[in-house]
Design a protein around this ligand. Structure first.
Ligand code: ADP
Ligand code: MG
Length: 260
């Protein structure tokens, strides 16, 4: 069931989304739409609100105003007729399972092998059988090019390998949307490519992805849409190739001149 204002093809829709921490307004009315199957690149200087926006999408933060919906449903609320009811914690948790998140610091469980990191949530949260979960985890490890690392602990893996395990772990929950928050920013330069390759593969398979990144080559080649954010507002947006080649606003130009 979708709301009347939401088009079927929108995976994420933000309308005037605001977020304050105390007196500080960090998101000042974000309007954007991420279509299903799209790679949506979010760029902007540090502190502009990119991570906060991602955290609102999977309800790690509660919006202070505006409307935010994922796959046609308002984040954090259930609509019954004209009225909105705030979701309970377990309902929020259930919805969050459908959204995969990959962070700058891989956040793997250090005491678990790569395989165990991947099977943990499907078994504990989705109550999948262990044998099935392990079989799928192996397939996911193969997909991220790490078939031979199933028994390795995070400390035995490079940063690029750890991040690929983190991506496999997120995929194990069969998400309909993947959020990447600067997934390559903590990596040595020579390890960035292997992670971007995995993300490119996901994009080719049709995964809907929001990617916060400074990797403009990736944005240009893989991105379907790009938004430049600064100080809690969307400054400009468009096709990545157009925005990157021909930015319209001074703030965008200044930012791109530093990262390109
Ligand atoms: N939990 C929080 N409490 C207070 N301020 C926060 C919190 N989270 C983020 N902020 C502030 O919000 C602003 C935007 O942060 P963030 O979304 O992390 O930006 P970005 O990811 O673009 O670097 C920053 O000024 C940051 O200090
Ligand atoms: Mg951030």
């Amino acid at each position: 069931m979708s709301e009347p204002t939401t088009t079927a093809a929108a995976m994420v829709r933000a309308e005037g989304v605001r977020k304050s921490f105390g007196l500080v307004e960090v998101l000042k009315g974000i309007d954007l739409e991420v279509r299903t199957g799209e790679v949506f690149v979010l760029v902007g200087p540090s502190g502009s609100g990119k991570s906060t926006f991602l955290r609102c999408i999977n309800h790690l933060e509660k919006v202070s105003g505006g409307r935010l919906s994922v796959d046609g449903e308002l984040v954090g609320y259930r609509q019954k007729g004209e009225r909105l009811y705030e979701l309970r914690d377990h309902e929020v948790a259930r919805k969050r399972r459908d959204i995969g998140m990959v962070f700058q610091h891989f956040n793997l469980f250090p005491h678990m092998t790569a395989l165990e990191n991947i099977t943990e949530a499907p078994v504990q949260v989705r109550k999948e059988g262990k044998a099935d979960a392990r079989e799928r985890a192996r397939a996911l490890l193969e997909r991220v090019g790490l078939s031979d690392k199933a028994a390795s602990y995070p400390s035995q893996l490079s940063g690029g390998q750890q991040q690929r395990v983190a991506i496999a772990r997120a995929l194990a929950m069969k998400p309909k949307l993947m959020l990447f928050d600067e997934p390559t920013s903590a990596l040595d330069p020579e390890l960035v490519g292997e992670v971007l390759d995995v993300m490119r593969g996901l994009a080719e398979e049709g995964m809907t992805m929001i990617v916060v990144t400074h990797e403009m080559g990736f944005a240009r080649e893989v991105g379907d849409a790009l938004v430049f954010m600064d100080a809690g507002v969307v400054v400009e947006s468009g096709h990545p190739r157009e925005v990157l080649a021909n930015p319209q606003h001074e703030r965008t130009k200044a930012f791109l001149s530093k990262v390109l």
